[in-house]
Design a protein around this ligand. Structure first.
Ligand SMILES: [Zn+2]
Ligand SMILES: [Zn+2]
Length: 269
């Protein structure tokens, strides 16, 4: 038995009992068809809802959902106030915040990926749910804090993913730190450190040491050459002056390619 479906445009909706000539649909207008009701419903979005209903919906959202809704359009950006650090800390500990490795910054009041924070800002008391996140800030904000806020000071070392940088105490750029004589990181970038008296002294000592090593190596190679030549003369004397020298020893060469000294030699050649 075939069941014929009636098109939506031909379905009429009966007026509610006792309201055929009053209420929402005046008697002079036709009753709405199912298709028109369907069309009206489908065109409704969150934006078309009355303001009171929007407010009620917004009031029931979690902080992370508020952030997402606020980012959808200017309207919701206007009606949803910026989240404070406490709400952001709740958002960073949500399932999505955990999965996406998001952390809250108290200065720019944003949720940002962990790569934007120093390692120390996500450890110990400042890790998620530890309560200390209220004082956390991202590297960007730490370098240029808003007026009246404290960020990083020059000379501070910042470690991100195990890589150490320094805010150079002289030029204030964020760069790799230089090392002092003991191998400790200084508060200078390598360029500025080279201009300090200690940096210049280290460079002078290094050049002197390399020069000394170079001279010692040349003397050793010269000695080896002389020893070989001496052995060759002794063999000739044993075989007679006309004997062919069958010494297959290769003469010593300065700077063979595999001597492992490319580093210091490059500085002088
Ligand atoms: Zn920030
Ligand atoms: Zn510098």
């Amino acid at each position: 038995m075939t069941k014929h479906k009636t098109p939506l445009s031909q379905i009429t909706i009966a007026a509610p009992p006792g309201s055929s000539t009053s209420g929402r649909y005046p008697s002079s207008l036709p009753y709405p068809t199912a298709m028109s009701v369907y069309t009206e419903t489908s065109s409704r979005t969150l934006l078309t809802l009355p303001g009171e209903i929007q407010n009620k919906i917004v009031g029931k959202l979690e902080p992370l959902d508020l952030l997402l809704l606020r980012a959808t359009c200017r309207h919701f950006r206007n009606i949803i106030p910026p989240l404070n650090i406490h709400e952001l800390l709740v958002a960073e500990s949500s399932k999505t915040g955990m999965e996406r490795d998001l952390y809250a910054c108290r200065l720019c009041l944003r949720l940002r990926h962990s790569s934007h924070f120093a390692d120390t800002m996500m450890k110990k008391g400042k890790r998620k749910l530890a309560g200390g996140g209220i004082s956390r800030f991202c590297v960007e904000c730490g370098l240029k804090p808003p007026p009246g806020q404290n960020g990083y000071s020059p000379g501070t070392h910042i470690t991100r993913n195990g890589v150490v940088s320094v805010i150079c105490i002289y030029c204030t750029c964020l760069a790799r730190p230089s090392q002092d004589r003991d191998g400790k990181n200084t508060q200078y970038c390598t360029g500025c450190w080279a201009r300090t008296p200690e940096g210049q002294e280290m460079r002078r000592l290094k050049e002197a040491r390399l020069q000394r090593e170079l001279e010692e190596r040349e003397q050793r190679l010269q000695r080896e050459l002389e020893e070989r030549e001496q052995r060759r003369r002794e063999r000739r004397a044993e075989r007679g002056s006309d004997a062919e020298d069958t010494d297959e020893e290769r003469p010593a060469q300065f700077y063979p390619g595999n001597d492992g000294c490319d580093d210091w030699r490059d500085l002088f050649l």
